[in-house]
Write a protein that binds this ligand. Structure first.
Ligand code: GLN
Length: 476
């Protein structure tokens, strides 16, 4: 095999070849590095490619030689820049974290280290994960491997582009309102947002703590399943984490399936691209052919989801970003008083979108407006959660297109934040309700001579990722 052909393998395939001793971890790492060299100057998926990749791969090969056999042993993975790895830079693509070195491993990193994965580097993202295009990065945008004039989606756009361009076999991202699923959809790969609590948040740079989940971006559903299996589980360091595996919530393993998919057609009446809907219908046909019944459902509060998200999320962002004060982490500017230190550091360190969200968040939480905005949003969120849970009592999953349109041109939506926020219309629901959701490629849409990928999203009951994998395999 040609060096870079190796990088096209899925994790599952590469892992089998490693186990059969047909290839080595060093060869896999070199194949990804060759692609990085070839493509990343134009794509800019990585903020940093680690200098010790080959050493890590050599260690993985040594471990295999003495009998270790985890399926991720020696597999090159890319990591979003908001996941802490002890002794390495972590910056959430923000100037305010310039020079910050993580002092401990995130729990998911610890788990991947134990599995023996090879870490390729830190991937680009929207600053603090605020965005849907990776254009809010303080270090410049990432480009979509399918058309470099277009965005890769965001905020985990670097991770998605790295996987789609074979510069890593898989990647981790985080998803607060769609940031794993949306770039997966735009880049033609699989992205999973696990159930809230299924994966530890310890060691992630927080965006919206009641919404954030880390999860895999991968070339196939089986790979996403494998990565999820490696990072999931209760963590004593994250009190919101839960072990769903084998629990009563894991309904597919208990044989309680209906073999039904619910589709809220009403929600797609306006604003959804015609060709995206055609691909969506075609993907549903595949699911039917695999034995799933497709039924109409109503999801009336889903129409509120975006408005609710853009109140709850900035409220939590404003609170989470308060810790960046020039004293504890990264950038530190000096003024005449401590107050001025804060103002200068935060003024210089945060980009426009982070500042917008801090202002919005403090506004909706302020005493005169709390009841009108945050209080109402919280009530609507509870209603949405009840409605989704109710629907999932008679269907196994809810299906929607992941995004209403394929990837936009670079710069197309940056001047109008609301148009950017609208891309999240179908993804935010699962974050507000905590349900797991997956995006799986469902074909392409032709635009200006390029074939742009689009994804289908499935949402299932809490703890029931298995249904998502089963459905994902049926349509991919
Ligand atoms: N695009 C959404 C936002 O801008 C979601 C981001 C995310 O999931 N991190 O908030």
């Amino acid at each position: 095999m040609e060096n870079t052909d190796l990088a096209r393998l899925s994790i599952t395939e590469a892992s089998q070849k490693l186990a059969a001793k047909e290839i080595s971890a060093v060869e896999l790492a070199r194949a990804c590095l060759a692609n990085i060299e070839k493509k990343d100057t134009s794509l800019h998926a990585y903020l940093e490619v680690f200098a010790d990749i080959e050493e890590q791969a050599v260690v993985a090969d040594e471990h295999r030689a003495v009998g270790e056999r985890h399926p991720l042993l020696g597999i090159p993975l890319a990591l979003k820049d908001n996941i802490l790895i002890e002794g390495r830079r972590a910056g959430a693509a923000s100037k305010i974290l310039e020079g910050y070195i993580a002092t401990y491993d995130a729990t998911i990193i610890k788990k991947l280290k134990e599995a023996g994965a090879v870490f390729m580097g830190r991937t680009n993202m929207d600053e603090f994960a605020h965005g849907s295009s990776t254009e809010n990065s303080a270090y410049g945008p990432t480009k979509n491997p399918h058309d470099i004039e277009r965005v890769p989606g965001g905020s985990s756009g670097g991770s998605a582009a790295a996987v789609a361009a074979d510069m890593a076999f898989g990647a981790l991202g985080t998803d607060t309102g769609g940031s794993i699923r949306e770039p997966a959809s735009f880049c033609g790969i699989v992205g999973l947002k696990p159930t809230y609590g299924a994966v530890s948040r310890f060691g992630l740079i927080a965006m919206g703590s009641s919404l954030d989940q880390a999860g895999p971006l991968a070339k196939t559903v089986a790979d996403a399943e494998l990565l999820f299996g490696a990072i999931r589980g209760k963590d004593p360091l994250d009190s919101t984490s839960i072990d769903f595996q084998g629990s009563t919530l894991d309904k597919s393993s208990q044989g309680q399936t209906f073999k039904k998919i619910g589709v809220p057609w009403e929600l797609f009446k306006t604003g959804v691209d015609k060709e995206v809907l055609e691909s969506f219908s075609a993907a549903l046909k595949k699911a039917s052919a695999a034995g799933w019944e497709v039924v109409d459902i109503a999801l009336s509060s889903a129409g509120l989801a975006l408005a609710v998200y853009y109140i709850v999320m900035p409220a939590e962002v404003s609170s989470n970003l308060a810790r960046f004060d020039g004293v504890r982490y990264g950038l530190s500017r000096k003024g005449a008083t401590l107050w001025e230190d804060y103002a200068k550091t935060r003024g210089d360190g945060f980009g426009v979108e982070a500042r917008r969200r801090i202002i919005l968040g403090t506004y909706v939480l302020s005493s005169g407006y709390y009841d009108a905005y945050y209080g109402k949003a919280t009530a609507a969120r509870a209603q949405l959660t009840r409605e989704v849970a109710g629907v999932l009592k008679s269907v196994d999953a809810i299906a929607m297109p992941t995004t209403p349109t394929p990837a936009s041109h670079l710069g197309e939506k940056t001047a109008d934040p609301i148009s950017m926020y609208l891309l999240d219309i179908f993804t935010v629901t699962a974050n507000l309700t905590g349900n797991p959701a997956i995006s799986v490629p469902m074909g392409t849409v032709a635009r200006e001579g390029k074939n742009l990928p689009a994804g289908i999203q499935f949402i299932s009951a809490h703890g029931d990722e298995n249904t998502l994998f089963e459905l994902g395999k049926a349509v991919e």
